[in-house]
Design a protein around this ligand. Structure first.
Ligand code: SF4
Ligand code: FES
Length: 366
């Protein structure tokens, strides 16, 4: 910002903040922080051109600006709308926004499977969080969800297109980090899918970062897939001397075993700046090949938001079905079976991909 450029005043959920011209409503709200910041499934501040795809960040502009105080006629995508001086915005204080967000979540879940119990992203999935906050208990969609075969994008990344919400983040990440993009969104509408067209490998030292930017479990790390639930692992910040990247990572450990290596994330779930001030994208060698504690200098336990399921450590502490089911069903359930008693998902050393499917009625009849 040029020196002397006046700051613009914007009020979001009754809190006023001053930001430079050109700032989006979303970034102004992030400056305030907490719940005032709208959720963002496709915007990613470190990826140029991202945003404008998912509509989860909708807000109500109740006053356009000091000069033109008329409200904006429709809810706007806060990641794509810049602030004006004197603008007044409602996010969590607007019933229209809450209502619209519920609709957006319902649409996102039309095709997204509810396979959280076996999904590696469970516990750190933006869509899972969003649907807990804004989702309805039932779907009005009567047609079959679209399904795809799983595709290996090289030997380390798996694409599970069935879970993709077409946010385009991985496409921007590949384009901007690797300069040799080999994948994108093919086809349109119902048929749109992330693909390499001829199932090419994604080969580049930094391509693993597409896993970190994916807000759902559509792109997963094959070296971690089905190895552990994220809330059973302990995240620690660590570093090593790496010639390709900043070498500053987060290790997801259980005892002395390193289960997974990811980039460090900031409070918005985006890759955190490295200590040299540059973006902290990490290379494939650090991510996939350095799985021994001796490869790393451990710094400290990662600070995880206390509301996150990860900081709960184990899910027995979460609300039990007996506690919330009567409210959801509007009656006492006649029978509650614990899925873990009749399926193999919680057995140690089991490869979850080998399990034929989740438990269903016939299992309960045994
Ligand atoms: S694979 Fe993930 S990051 Fe890529 S478009 Fe789909 S949801 Fe977004
Ligand atoms: S985050 Fe704004 S439209 Fe997706």
């Amino acid at each position: 910002m040029a020196e002397g450029t006046p700051l613009l005043k914007v009020t979001i959920d009754n809190i006023t903040v001053e930001v430079p011209a050109g700032t989006t409503i979303l970034n102004a709200a992030r400056k305030i922080g907490g719940d005032v910041a709208p959720p963002a499934m496709c915007y990613y501040s470190k990826l140029e051109g991202s945003g404008g795809k998912c509509r989860t960040c909708l807000v109500e502009v109740s006053k356009g600006s000091e000069k033109d105080p008329r409200p904006m006629p429709k809810l706007v995508a806060s990641c794509r709308t810049t602030v004006m001086d004197g603008m007044e915005v409602k996010n969590i204080t607007s019933s229209k926004v809450i209502d619209a967000r519920q609709g957006v979540v319902e649409f996102l879940l039309i095709n997204h499977p509810l396979d959280c119990p076996i999904c590696d992203q469970a516990g750190e999935c933006d869509l899972q969080d969003l649907s807990y906050e804004h989702g309805k208990e039932a779907s009005r969609y009567e047609f079959e969800k679209r399904t795809f075969h799983k595709i290996n994008l090289g030997d380390k990344i798996q694409l599970h297109m069935t879970r993709c919400i077409l946010c385009y983040r991985c496409v921007f990440a590949a384009e901007q980090l690797t300069q040799q993009r080999e994948h994108g969104v093919l086809d349109r509408g119902e048929h749109a899918e992330i693909a390499t067209y001829i199932e090419k490998n994604l080969q580049h030292d930094f391509i693993g970062n597409v896993i970190d930017v994916c807000p759902v479990g559509a792109l997963t790390d094959k070296t971690f897939r089905f190895k552990n639930r994220v809330w059973f692992t302990k995240p620690v910040d660590a570093h090593r001397n790496c010639t390709k990247c900043c070498g500053e990572v987060r290790l997801w450990m259980r005892g002395d075993e390193v289960f997974r290596v990811t980039a460090r994330r900031d409070e918005w779930g985006e890759v955190k700046e490295a200590s040299n001030g540059k973006t902290g994208w990490i290379c494939n060698e650090c991510r996939f090949d350095k799985k021994h504690v001796s490869d790393w200098v451990i710094e400290k336990p990662t600070h995880i938001n206390r509301h996150s399921v990860i900081s709960q450590g184990h899910y027995e502490k979460l609300q039990k079905p007996q506690e919330f089911l009567p409210d959801l069903m509007h009656r006492e359930p006649r029978l509650i079976m614990d899925i873990h008693n009749v399926s193999e998902v919680n057995r140690t050393n089991i490869d979850l991909s080998e399990i034929k499917g989740p438990a269903h009625s016939t299992d309960f009849n045994k």
